[in-house]
Ligand binder design. Structure first.
Ligand code: HEC
Length: 214
């Protein structure tokens, strides 16, 4: 115990001598126990480079390069997957507000695709009619949303797209399984289901109305 304070002071002096005080500057690199891949022989994009005739590190694609992604044809023109556009994000560009309307042109083909995808990916929980009575309700998942709730009927298309992509509370996101265009097709089909429940018999053509009352 007699030497404790002395040894303690010595240890402090040695540690501070080697490691320095917090915030002190050094021109030498710090001791690295695990350097991982901190320093690599690589070219940075904007660095000049004498190796190539044009003197830059990043070379433009060679003529005839085939691009990896094909653009999605939206009502407002073609959009590539990395662009900040409603079709990719479900939001107005540069904001967090959801887009009101589906950016894809809503055609019969899109709705049929949406119906097929909905029945594969959503109907197990939300039911083929979207009322939340899928097979999982019978198996005990009782809190599945009814897509005919007024709140969801009034929800912007972009928000439904967002729910499909990233999920909501208990529902998981489907961005990994469902490509962007199919998600919008499903959104369009969800609107079809909702519209079918909001319809009135008077809206049917007379011959179909006759069948209805039977
Ligand atoms: C594994 C079951 C499951 C599947 C599959 C599923 N959902 Fe859901 N969904 C849920 C549950 C559970 C909720 C309620 C989440 C909560 O509020 O706790 C929900 C909620 C929602 C909501 C309401 C979100 C909100 O803001 O309250 C929408 C819209 C929706 N789902 C659409 C879809 C669509 C479209 C698909 C198909 C791509 C789908 N869901 C697939 C379980 C599922």
């Amino acid at each position: 115990m007699r030497y404790f304070l002395l040894i303690y002071a010595l240890v402090v002096v040695v540690i501070v001598g080697i490691a320095g005080t917090r915030g002190s500057l050094s021109r030498k690199p710090p001791i690295e126990v695990f350097p991982d891949m901190d320093r690599q022989l690589k070219l940075r994009p904007q660095q000049p480079n004498a190796f190539f005739p044009n003197g830059i590190s990043s070379q433009p694609p060679v003529p005839g390069t085939v691009r990896r992604a094909s653009p999605i044809l939206t009502a407002a023109g073609p959009v590539l997957p990395f662009e900040d556009a409603p079709v990719n994000t479900g939001r107005l560009p540069g904001s967090t507000n959801f887009v009101e309307l589906n950016p894809l042109p809503v055609t019969g083909a899109l709705l049929r695709r949406g119906q097929e995808r909905f029945n594969i990916y959503c109907a197990p929980c939300h039911g083929p009619q979207g009322d939340g009575n899928g097979i999982t309700r019978k198996l005990g998942m009782t809190v599945v949303a009814n897509l005919h709730d007024q709140r969801i009927v009034e929800m912007p298309d972009g928000e439904i797209f967002h729910t499909i992509s990233y999920g909501k509370n208990l529902m998981q996101g489907y961005a990994a399984q469902i490509p962007v265009e199919d998600r919008w097709a499903i959104v369009a089909y969800v609107r079809v289901l909702q519209r079918s429940w909001l319809g009135h018999p008077e809206e049917l053509p007379p011959e179909l109305r006759a069948q209805l009352t039977r």
